[in-house]
Design a protein around this ligand. Structure first.
Ligand code: CUA
Length: 337
C-alpha cells in the first residue's frame, strides 16, 4: 500500500495500518519537535546577552492559551492511544478461521507443520489471501518469529504456546528472522515465507511428502506407527494409539480417564473446584504434567509424557484432540464425576 523506501516491503493486510500509525507518530513528533528545537536555537542566539526587557518582563496568565495547550495534546494522546489499542487487539486476536500452522523454534532453525501433514524447515509455504494462524513454541530458549514484510513479530517461548497471525496479500518470498538473541547462531536463524496463489499452494501441497508428526530424524530411526500418509490430526490419532492414551481415554467416557470427545475449548471443572478452559495450553500441560490439574471425579493416575513426545508430536496430538470436536457452545457430556 505504501512501500516507502525506508520501510520494509508491505505485504500483509495489516502492514499498511501499522505503517500509517507509525508514520503519524513520526509526523506528530516532528511537528512539535522541529519548531521547539528551532525556537530554542533562535532564542539562544537572539538573547544570548540578555536584554533589560527580558529580565523585567512580567508574565500574565492567559487562560485561553493554557486550555488550548492542555486540550489539544490530550486529544492527540487519547486519539493515538485508542488507535494503537484497536490495532494491537486486531494484531493479537486470531481471526475466527484460517489455516493453522504449528511453528517450533529451536537453536537454530524454524520447523513448520501443516494441518495436512506436510512439514518444512526454514521455509513456510502459505497461500495468499487467507489468514494464517500460527501456534508457536520453542524446544529450548526464547526465539522471536519476525517477518518484517507482514509487520509480524512475536516471541516464541519454551513451555508456553504463543500465537500470531497474518494474511499475505502478494505472492512472493519474504524474509523470516529470529528477533531474539538465542545463542551463537542466532544471526543465522533465518528462513523464508513463500506466499503462493491459492491454486499454486494446493498444487505445492500435493507434491510434498506427508510425514505427519514423524519423530525428528536424530531422535529416532523408526517411523511413527502406521506408516500411512496422514494429516497432522491422523498422525496424532496414531500417536494416541501407540502411546497407549486410547486405553484410558475412552470415547464414551466410561474409562478411567475423561473422554476427549468434544473437550477442546470447553470449560472443565478440576478436582479443587476451579474451572479451566481446555485450550491448547491446558491440553499440552495435561500431557506433560498430567496430575497438576486433574479433572474433577478422576484419579491422578496418568503417567507423564514429558521427554517422550516432541513438540511436533504434541502438536499432532492437539490437532487430533481438536478434531474430536468441541466448542464452548456444545457441551454434550458434562464432565462426569
Ligand atoms: Cu532464535 Cu535468535
Amino acid at each position: 500500500m505504501w512501500n516507502l523506501p525506508f520501510l520494509p516491503q508491505d505485504a500483509s493486510t495489516v502492514a499498511g495500518r501499522v505503517d500509517l500509525l507509525f508514520l503519524t507518530l513520526i509526523g506528530l513528533a516532528l511537528l512539535f519537535a522541529v519548531p521547539v528545537a528551532a525556537l530554542v536555537i533562535y532564542f539562544a542566539v537572539k538573547y544570548r546577552r540578555g536584554t533589560p526587557a527580558s529580565r523585567a518582563g512580567a508574565l500574565h496568565q492567559n487562560m485561553a492559551l493554557e486550555v488550548t495547550w492542555i486540550v489539544i495534546p490530550l486529544g492527540l494522546a487519547l486519539g493515538i492511544f485508542f488507535w494503537g489499542a484497536r490495532l494491537y487487539v486486531d494484531l493479537y486476536r486470531l481471526p475466527a478461521d484460517g489455516l493453522d500452522i504449528y511453528v517450533v523454534g529451536k537453536q537454530w532453525m524454524w520447523k513448520f507443520q501443516h494441518p495436512t501433514g506436510q512439514r518444512e524447515i526454514n521455509e513456510l509455504h502459505v497461500p495468499a489471501g487467507r489468514p494464517i494462524r500460527l501456534t508457536m513454541i520453542s524446544e529450548d530458549v526464547i526465539h522471536s518469529f519476525y517477518v518484517p514484510a507482514f509487520r509480524v513479530k512475536r516471541d516464541v517461548l519454551p513451555g508456553n504456546y504463543t500465537t500470531a497471525w497474518f494474511e499475505a496479500t502478494e505472492p512472493g518470498s519474504y524474509d523470516l528472522f529470529c528477533a531474539e538473541f538465542c545463542g551463537t547462531e542466532h544471526s543465522r536463524m533465518v528462513g523464508r515465507v513463500i506466499v503462493m496463489e491459492p491454486r499454486q499452494y494446493a498444487e505445492w501441497l500435493t507434491r510434498q511428502p506427508i510425514t505427519g508428526a514423524a519423530p525428528i530424524p536424530e531422535a529416532s530411526g523408526q517411523a511413527a506407527g502406521g506408516g500411512q500418509p496422514a494429516t497432522l490430526a491422523e498422525a496424532g490419532a496414531q500417536l494416541f494409539q501407540s502411546l497407549g492414551c486410547s486405553s484410558c481415554h475412552l470415547a464414551d467416557g466410561s474409562g478411567p480417564a475423561p473422554s476427549l470427545v468434544g473437550l477442546y475449548g470447553r470449560e472443565v471443572t478440576l478436582a479443587d473446584g476451579q474451572t479451566v478452559t481446555a485450550d491448547t495450553q491446558y491440553l499440552r500441560e495435561s500431557i506433560l504434567n498430567p496430575n497438576a490439574q486433574v479433572v474433577a471425579g478422576y484419579n491422578p493416575i496418568m503417567p507423564t509424557f514429558a521427554g517422550q513426545v516432541s513438540e511436533e508430536q504434541l502438536a499432532a496430538l492437539l490437532e487430533y484432540i481438536k478434531s474430536l470436536g468441541g466448542s464452548p457452545a456444545e457441551s454434550g457430556g458434562q464432565s462426569p464425576g
